[in-house]
Design a protein around this ligand. Sequence first.
Ligand SMILES: Cc1ncc(COP(=O)(O)O)c(C=O)c1O
Length: 478
Amino acid sequence: MRAHEAGALHAEGYGGPPHWLPTPGDVNELMPQLWPQTVARDEQGRLTVGGLDVVSIAREFGTAAYVLDEEDFRARARAFRDEFAEPFAELGGVDVYYAGKAFLCTEVARWVADEGLCLDVCSGGELAVAQRAGFPAERIGLHGNNKSLAEIRQALEYGVGRIVVDSFEEIERVAAVATELEVRAPVMVRVTVGVEAHTHEFIATAHEDQKFGFSLAGGRAAEAVARILEHDGTLDLLGLHSHIGSQIFDTSGFEVSARRLIGLHAEVARVHGVHMPELDLGGGYGIAYTSEHTPLQPRELGEQMADLVARELKTVGDGSPDVPAPKISIEPGRAIAGPSTFTLYEVGTVKDVDLGGGLTRTYVSVDGGMSDNIRTALYDADYSCTLASRRSEAGPRLARVVGRHCESGDIVVMDEYLPDDITAGDLVAVPGTGAYCRSMASQYNHTPRPPVVAVRDGRARVLVRRETVEDLLALDVG
Ligand SMILES: Cc1ncc(COP(=O)(O)O)c(C=O)c1O
């Protein structure tokens, strides 16, 4: 059933469980690929993470809560750094930018810096977090299709390593602020390459009807390069950038985008005699939210991405022998933050609803919902979940896990087999909520946003505290 603005009765009817959700033999079993690396069950069947059980985490920090496995996050960041470094060593090297929009707070910015990654921010607020963490300025890239003058100034005053420009107005704005500050601003050009990728499919077309970037096919990207070069004293052209989509499980879309970008990269060398030192292929690597998803691991990704870049450079090089390999960058967000975190909820009610024709659906309501995870309602995203506070000997019952908000589309997990004895007071954990959940969280229904609790080596600490009703009221000036 898809969520519908007008309410559940307007949505599609009961279609049964999705094809990728088999009835489990044992409802307590965990699929390791969905969970942070340190997650297990203890003798009582309680979920443990970083050496702590979730019942004590819930007692100390309350629910709903995002529980972040620090070691898992760091290991994924390191894996991208290391597994890309080797295959790209002979190709001009690689930088990994963690996309902070997935999830960012001061401590996470410090982990990203510690692990030797760069950081992609897309607003003055994200940049402020990086600044507070003391993130090295030269390793920060600033994105955004409508940066304010204040954001451009903030970035240049801090000395960020790159600003990815997105419009002709912005080229002039960055040049003006750079002139005012008497600096030379390092810029990249966001290119719309005409590739749209999701999961295993991508579409390569001339259709570019979206707000980001300069069109390659229409010649605007080349025009942007020319205009930047006219500001040679104030703008330092680093290279081209593209980002083709999200939840991508296959590198074929990157191959087409690399071909198109490298084509323009070589044209700039030919036409302007300028060798841009960098080229950014963006983020978008997929993760497993359910058994349906089989993501590529950083090693395979690193090898495949290096192979395709080498191939495209060679093709271009054949016609134009002196195009030196630019340093490549990638911008994974979800693939680092997503699997590191699960959301811990407490069950409040369990209700069977008659669907007609003798069918019923079990609705399990938890103490959170679309305010802490909007992705189900926004993107029809699928999630999994498990009973986290105990082992159950009961058989499986197909359930829908819903939130506590005043929307029938307030669904957390569309379909999951939970134990038949699931009841109020049980804890349920939803994995894969580290990316685009806290960062997109709202206070809908005046619901204070949950905390982010990091766990490592048997210790838990709050990275972002729970909001309170006082926090909400503090903004309301009466
Ligand atoms: C420019 C850019 N880079 C990187 C990302 C990160 O994507 P993901 O979290 O899917 O890796 C995004 C996401 O929207 C993006 O817009």
